[in-house]
Design a protein around this ligand. Structure first.
Ligand code: UDP
Length: 333
């Protein structure tokens, strides 16, 4: 079966998306289904949600398995029959990592090890999802793919997420050295519909929820800390480009926007777009995260490599992305 999307010829493939019921994974699944591919999703619904993929259930080209990526027998059965793998399944977010570090480390290290080992055995091209968290406390601006990693001690569990993702990248690069086509994408503050409506893991989801409920928007510290918020459509487009551009193989790419937004400005923007009477309050870091929390004051990706090699540039303006996200949150409530 051959589909023509604009001038690009897309040959339908069998694709595995691990973590395909999650926030980014499910949007990736939507995009790949729209391109006409046959999708296999493995997700144990620990943080992923069936509602994110419910609209595909029952479609002939869509196969969902509710299980862990640590189930090697299952993974081998699927990997041997697909053409391509996007590996996004992970325990994501500081709260879950700190709550149960063992589960997070096993999933994030052994899970990726399993996927890559099987991808190598059956020779399947693989995209591995990584994170800007890999840089830890680095103050480099902008953060280039080859920038240093600066981490805290092993007694602080949150750093294990950064290290687990780094091990994943090392594995991927090592397999690439053996010839396997592998690409690594590092996501920077992705946002959009299907973010956790409780606000966990994303300041945008949290502020939208607070604004819709008329509660105060809780800006930590002075609100001058910045992030580069990247709308989900851009996150997904960058991921697919990384998978398809031949020259990308064996390399790491920052997938993010270069627009740097102070958190206080974000709060004002969301308050205005929602039309909310909420006040904006400042909360000290110690109150929010505890005494020994270390904040990244500026997190800005160097986007030049993704632009040069992938032809990728984030396009959706923050105001537009926020509008679409707010609409989704309104429909939920
Ligand atoms: N933040 C905030 N108020 C909140 C939650 C988060 O001011 O209620 C700030 C947080 O200190 C950080 C930024 O928003 O500077 C982004 O936080 P998020 O948890 O979305 O992601 P991070 O980039 O820190 O992983």
């Amino acid at each position: 079966m051959i589909f023509i999307a604009k001038w690009v010829k897309i040959i339908a493939m069998k694709i595995l998306v691990t973590g395909g019921a999650g926030y980014i994974g499910s949007h990736l699944v939507d995009a790949l289904m729209a391109q006409g591919h046959e999708l296999y999703v493995v997700d144990n619904l620990s943080t992923g949600k069936i509602d994110n993929i419910r609209h595909h259930l029952g479609e002939e080209r869509f196969h969902f398995v509710n299980d862990s990526i640590l189930n090697e027998t299952l993974m081998e059965r699927i990997i041997e029959q697909v053409d391509f793998i996007y590996h996004l399944a992970a325990v994501v977010g500081v709260k879950y990592v700190v709550e149960d570090p063992l589960r997070a480390i096993l999933t994030n290290v052994r899970g990726t090890e399993t996927v890559l080992e099987l991808a190598f055995k059956h020779w399947k091209k693989t995209v591995i999802a990584s994170s800007s968290e890999i840089h830890g406390k680095s103050t480099e601006v902008p953060l280039s793919e080859d920038g240093d990693r600066i981490l805290g001690p092993t007694s602080v569990a949150r750093w294990s997420y950064s290290d687990a993702k780094a091990i994943d990248e090392y594995f991927a690069l090592a397999y690439s050295k053996r010839g396997l086509p592998v690409v690594i994408v590092r996501y920077f503050n992705s946002y959009g519909p299907r973010l956790d409506p409780t606000g966990y893991g994303s300041v945008i989801a949290k502020f939208i929820g607070q604004a819709l409920r008329g509660e105060p928007l809780t800006v930590y510290s002075d609100g001058k800390q910045t992030r580069c918020f990247t709308y989900i459509d851009d996150t997904v487009r960058g991921t697919i480009l990384a998978a398809t551009v031949r020259e990308a193989e064996g390399q790491v790419f920052n997938i993010g926007s270069s627009r740097e937004t102070p958190i206080l400005e974000l709060a004002q923007l969301i308050k205005n777009l929602v039309g909310s009477p909420s006040e904006i309050i400042h909360v000290p870091y110690e109150e929010a995260y505890g005494a020994d929390f270390e904040e990244t004051r500026r997190r800005v990706p160097d986007v030049s490599k993704a632009e040069r090699v992938l032809g990728f540039k984030a396009e959706v303006p923050l105001e537009e992305g926020l509008r679409r996200t707010i609409d989704w949150f309104r429909k939920l409530s």
